[in-house]
Design a protein around this ligand. Sequence first.
Ligand code: PLP
Length: 224
Amino acid sequence: MSTELEQRYRQVLHEVAEAARAAGRDPRSITTIVVTKFHPVSLIRQLLSLGHRDFGESRHQEAGVKAEELAGEDLVWHFIGQLQSNKARAVAQYANVIHSVDRTSLVEKLRTSDRVIDVFLEVNLTEDPGRGGVLPKDLESLTASVLETPTLRLLGLMAVAPLGEEPRRAFERVMSLREGFLTSAPFATQLSLGMSQDFREAVAVGATHLRIGTAITGNRPPQA
Ligand SMILES: *Cc1c(COP(=O)(O)O)cnc(C)c1O
């Protein structure tokens, strides 16, 4: 029996693969993360039974509980939300990848983690410093601090396209920032870009990690 969830899941994977081929890329070079925030563990279990492994969560309180409930399962947790410094150590206990490293105070907290964590540096594409992400002018010093932190393995850059801007233009801004970034971290070539509304554009510019929620899960239940 194929559920609506399964249909949406397969449809999105199909569209990701088509977008990859259209861009001359190997679909296997792209990791689709299903963002399950606000959804119950039962939804994650359904996706696990379809063979999916990569899941994204954005709030520690919720993610920590889910990680504990699913502790025996073979899955990869991606922490994608704004991360408070005082939660960093706790998130590092279960998250395999943190996509939202955006300031040196956070790097300092993660320095004492007892496991190595893969990280993306989140870039703020808006003019509002209150949004998640490092401002472009501070990217270089943040990169330097991550590179000298043995507990962190730098994968690349992450960004969220701002509302009201063409996603492709926003992603192209990331690509131009990335040129400077790669001179200090040449191996950190991965890119976490693209959500339900703009994953096709993200694949076209070279995203390696897509963070897709509603297009697969359906609408999120109201926040608790
Ligand atoms: C919620 C969220 C997503 C997924 O958003 P959808 O529009 O539901 O695909 C992706 N990235 C981040 C950082 C998020 O918080």
